[in-house]
Write a protein that binds this ligand. Structure first.
Ligand code: NAP
Length: 344
């Protein structure tokens, strides 16, 4: 028998993607339960060619659930993940709630799959921030070759990273501009249509935003605590896929050609880099795809052993839902969990 999987947040941007990816990859589930808030109780959620009725979180019995994919924000995760784990399900959480907890592994399977065994301490595994996930997929193979000293990254993050209401806001503001109405600003601090906003998540005391801090803390936890990183995170009027301009300084020499060759055979990476018009990836093409696209790889002559590159990926897939399901696949392939019903 296969596993019983619950998707909490199944009506959201990430949750809907999780339902699609579970079906697409034929995850070995006997039963999938779609869960959201009371507002969504009874509504239809698609899962492959089936339709599931959404349940309210408070009404779900997790005692026979094997894996719970959580994607309902930090506050819900803080309250519910320990309860769900105590009921015996392994929780794979998409929020930032558990990422920095020393007893919770933070996993990108292409980078640190071996750390997944740490889930036994709390029964929770954390999924990184979307910008970090695609960054570390691209950095890991280069770090293995030439040891990264410092990374300077600027992100161009799509509105889907802020949830479904944020996507609606870009859509309605864009429409308002064309119909000469005043765009309504609700979710973002300023108008996002035909604009960009250098501010994601709250400001911290040192002037960085929490989103920028997350990239530093998570890269250290997943890849190497010795790596220095500074980030500027920017919201752009793109619906899906985050892009990143990444400058890397290495301990050892590495050429652009070597980096290109390494990345061509690295797990999760897809190099598109032909140095001509259109010979690079853009967020539009990356949407709906699993790969982390790497383009514009070039040497940076202003530092010793420097490279600059452009990294693009679908934030709802590699940045969230796909990564979470890859973690679940890791638990299954490494035989770290057994289906409860089989054991019964
Ligand atoms: N979007 C990204 O790129 C991305 C990447 C990495 C991580 N994440 C994280 O993933 C989580 C979800 O993000 P999202 O973009 O999918 O947000 P979203 O589109 O706003 O969806 C939120 C989901 O949470 C559910 N929810 C809200 N309150 C709930 C409650 N009290 N009980 C049960 N379910 C509740 C919602 O259900 P209703 O429809 O019933 O309200 C909905 O299914 C967040 O923690 C986010 O930080 C997102």
């Amino acid at each position: 028998m296969g596993y019983k999987v619950a998707v909490v947040g199944a009506t959201g941007n990430v949750g809907r993607e999780m339902m699609d990816i579970l079906a697409e990859r034929a995850f070995p589930a006997d039963e999938v339960v779609a869960v959201a808030s009371r507002r969504s109780q009874g509504i239809d959620v698609s899962f492959g060619d089936k339709t599931l009725k959404c349940k309210a979180l408070e009404h779900v019995d997790f005692s026979d659930v094997d894996i719970c994919l959580m994607s309902a924000g930090s506050a819900i995760s803080k309250e519910w993940s320990p309860r769900i784990a105590a009921a015996g399900a392994v929780v794979i959480d998409n929020s930032s709630c558990w990422r920095y907890d020393a007893d919770v592994p933070l996993i990108v399977p292409e980078v640190n799959a071996d750390a997944v065994t740490g889930f036994r301490k709390k029964g929770i595994i954390a999924n990184p921030n979307c910008s970090t996930a695609q960054l570390v997929v691209a950095l890991k193979p280069l770090h293995d070759k030439a040891r990264i000293k410092r990374v300077v990254v600027a992100t161009y993050q799509s509105v889907s990273g802020a949830g479904k209401e944020a996507m609606d806001e870009l859509f309605s503001q864009t429409k308002s501009v064309f119909t000469m109405d005043e765009p309504q600003v609700k979710k973002f601090p300023k108008r996002i249509a035909f604009n960009l906003i250098p501010h994601i998540d709250v400001f911290m005391e040192d002037g960085y935003t929490k989103e920028e801090w997350k990239m530093v803390a998570e890269t250290k936890k997943i890849l190497d605590p010795k790596i220095k990183l500074t980030a500027t995170c920017v919201r752009v009027p793109v619906f899906v896929s985050h892009s990143e301009a990444v400058n890397v300084e290495f301990e050892e020499p590495i050429t652009a050609d070597e980096a290109r060759e390494i990345l061509r055979s690295a797990p999760g990476c897809l190099v598109i880099d032909t140095r001509e018009a259109g010979g690079y990836a853009t967020p539009y093409e990356a949407a709906g795809e699993d790969a982390t696209y790497i383009s514009r790889i070039r040497e940076d002559a202003t530092v010793e052993n420097g490279l600059t590159m452009w990294v693009v990926s679908d934030n709802l897939r590699k940045g969230a839902a796909l990564n979470a399901i890859q973690i679940a696949e890791c638990l299954v392939s490494r035989k770290l969990i057994a289906a409860k019903r089989k054991a019964a």
